[in-house]
Design a protein around this ligand. Structure first.
Ligand code: NAD
Length: 291
């Protein structure tokens, strides 16, 4: 039985969604919002600490209880997204429980911030493994399933301003999140003919991941910039109302929704028969190139 549609959407009635890292923060809000909009939800969460250490089933179990209390359908899964085996087990949980997968939200993530000179291999590998490899591990079996079933689907990845714009102390995280942006663009092209849409969100929200960052200043953090603001866009992207939306990036924070784009300017062009640009000519034209 689908949840009572208290928010009036019902946009994803009967669809089956996997949300990774849905035991807390933004992912929990996605899981609750998708369930309220009528989806059956696989609540995945490894249940560890912010830096990725430890594991527990309690976070995923708790969100499943919350969804069931609302009258929705959900199942918990505690596999790590960072391994192919874990991701296949997660996908199998969805198929065994609900028989299909229509929506995948790649949301799981960890942080190991360090200035670049101090960043060790372990901090690099752990962050890349959960965010970037994790997106590959989970998306591939889901994508295969969607393609074989032939009814399309919606994949929603989670990038970050740290990846698209940069941030001090987050070379590992920014690289992973920029990698997810490229992954999103390539899958949007590969999935198009099969009706599999891939988009990405670029959130900023007050969660355990960001609770100690100075960016939130004196705001009433939960009320003004809480993770609940992020999820309506995910419900929309997951729904058939977004059938024409593919390969897009949406910045979301508080009440703000903005599309983020890669732009190429007019630049300068030298005629094919005019030879190579010289470094001196580039220096002389740099203002026009950057205009
Ligand atoms: P969060 O720490 O509350 O949520 C991340 C969740 O992922 C946690 O519940 C954690 O247990 C789970 N997780 C970690 N490793 C896992 C693994 N290997 N397998 C399965 N689950 C795992 O943080 P959040 O702020 O809610 O972040 C959610 C996503 O949004 C992350 O991808 C994060 O990078 C991204 N993001 C957040 C912000 C922000 O402002 N909060 C900004 C940009 C991007």
């Amino acid at each position: 039985m689908a949840c009572a549609k208290t928010d009036g959407t019902g946009l994803v009635d009967g669809k089956v969604a996997i949300v990774t890292g849905a035991g807390g923060g933004i992912g929990r809000q996605h899981a609750l919002a998708l369930a309220k909009a009528g989806a059956k939800v696989v609540v995945n969460d490894l249940g560890g600490a912010r830096d990725g250490t430890g594991a527990s089933s309690s976070m995923a179990d708790h969100v499943v209880e919350e969804i069931r209390a609302l009258g929705g359908e959900a199942v918990a899964n505690c596999d790590s997204v960072a391994t192919v085996a874990g991701a296949r087990s997660l996908t199998q949980t969805a198929l065994d429980t609900f028989g299909r997968i229509d929506i995948l939200v790649n949301n799981a993530g960890i942080l190991r911030d360090k200035s670049f000179v101090k960043m060790d291999e372990a901090a690099w590998d752990a962050v890349i493994a959960v965010h970037l490899k994790g997106a590959f591990c989970v998306t591939q079996p889901v994508f295969q399933h969607m393609k074989e079933r032939g009814e399309g689907g919606s994949i929603i990845n989670t990038s970050s301003t740290s990846g698209l714009l940069g941030n001090f102390g987050q070379a590992n995280y920014g690289a992973a999140k920029a990698g997810i942006a490229g992954f999103t663009r390539c899958l949007a092209i590969e999935g198009e003919r099969a009706g599999i849409r891939t988009n990405a969100i670029v959130p900023i929200a007050f969660t355990r991941m960001t609770s100690d960052l100075p960016i939130f200043g004196g705001q009433n953090k939960e009320a003004e910039i809480g993770p609940q603001f992020i999820s309506p866009m995910v419900v929309f992207l997951a729904s058939d109302a977004a059938k024409s939306i593919n390969g897009r990036f949406f910045f979301l924070s508080g009440g703000q929704i903005k599309e983020m784009r890669v732009v190429m300017n007019e630049g300068v062009t030298k005629a094919a028969d005019a030879g190579l640009w010289t470094a001196e000519e580039i220096a002389a034209n740099i203002e026009r190139i950057l205009a």
